[in-house]
Design a protein. Structure first.
Ligand SMILES: [Zn+2]
Length: 341
């Protein structure tokens, strides 16, 4: 019986079919119902008990070899059939060019803003997106009952002690004041999170850039001049700014900054809602309470802070009307900014 098994093993190894039909014929001969393997199984019953172990192993080896060989041959035949029916590659056709990516409009605008302030002597600071209550609210003079701390605005990771997603990049300014003594001149770009319904003009994730300048004798006039310089660099030499009184917990006095509408030249249009002005940022003189909370002597030092949404500046600069476009990453939208590189 061992002889027969060895003969069949050789047969399996040497079998070289030319067509799929030959493979099928071979399969029926070997593993079919009335095939060689089943015949051997039948014969195996008559093998003497002391030889059963050895012959059984040989039989198993043959069975595995036959099934594996047949499967491999079938695959080879199927591949060959595919190759014949597939159209021949046209080697004279020009190759497909690699597509170049472009910078996201948010990155473009962020880089431009950073570059303007870098020329004014600001350095870039960074901080974590997951923050604690102190760096986002308490150190910035938010009273305990301030609505911004409410669940409606803030994404909390944990309560008591509070761990949350930062709602503004001012937390980076607090971290900067912790490690650095005045003079401080930093610009803090980053992603922020607020629990808002997503629409064409609001999103739960957006980007801010905030700036902080602290030194001896810093005045409101310094702030106004710096921000005017910024507006002219971003919106063009003809840009003018105006300031309206406002309120933020961390600055006193505080102001909203408008830039003259560059679409209508100040005459009034749909984008500026007929006013000739577009709101671009908030700013103010750093509240003495904030300086005190961060270990800076408010008698000796003063400073100003400002903050703006990068999406908002990009919308005004490029005339984008729907905020959601920035997050959908539709290449038809993104391709339009290739030239801005
Ligand atoms: Zn206008």
């Amino acid at each position: 019986m061992t002889e027969k098994i060895n003969e069949l093993l050789r047969c399996v190894e040497e079998f070289e079919p030319r067509t799929a039909a030959e493979v099928e014929e071979f399969r029926i001969r070997m593993t079919g119902k009335k095939g060689e393997l089943n015949a051997l199984m039948e014969e195996f019953r008559t093998v003497a008990p002391e030889l059963k172990r050895e012959v059984g192993q040989q039989l198993n080896r043959l069975k595995t070899a036959a099934t594996e060989r047949i499967a491999a041959l079938r695959e080879r035949m199927a591949d060959a059939a595919d190759g014949q029916s597939a159209p021949q590659e046209d080697l004279t056709r020009p190759g497909s060019a690699d597509e170049l990516g472009s910078r996201h409009p948010i990155s473009l605008v962020k880089n431009q803003i950073v570059e303007v302030f870098a020329r004014l002597g600001y350095t870039v600071a960074d901080g974590p997106e997951i923050e604690d209550d102190w760096h986002v609210f308490s150190a910035l003079n938010f009273p305990p009952e301030h609505p911004a701390r409410d669940m409606q605005d803030t994404f909390f990771v944990e309560k008591n002690p509070d761990v949350l997603l930062r709602t503004h990049t001012s937390s980076i300014q607090v971290r900067t004041m912790e490690r650095q003594k005045p003079p401080i001149r930093v610009i803090c770009p980053g992603r922020v999170f607020r629990n808002e319904a997503i629409s064409y003009r609001a999103h739960c994730i957006f980007h801010q850039i905030e700036g902080l300048y602290i030194d001896e004798g810093v005045s409101f006039a310094d702030m106004k001049q710096s921000l005017l310089c910024f507006a002219k660099e971003i919106f063009g030499e003809q840009a003018a700014i105006r300031m309206r009184p406002s309120y933020f917990p961390f600055t006193e006095p505080s102001a909203e900054v408008d830039v003259s509408c560059n679409l209508c030249g100040g005459k009034g249009c749909a984008v500026c809602k007929g006013t000739g002005w577009l709101e671009i940022m908030g700013c103010g003189m750093v509240d003495p309470n904030v300086l005190k909370a961060n270990g800076i002597d408010p008698e000796k030092y003063s400073g100003f802070a400002f903050g703006m949404g990068i999406e908002r500046i990009a919308m005004l600069k490029y005339g984008v009307k729907d905020l959601r476009l920035y997050f959908e990453n539709d290449v038809r939208f993104l391709h339009q900014f290739e030239e801005a590189l």
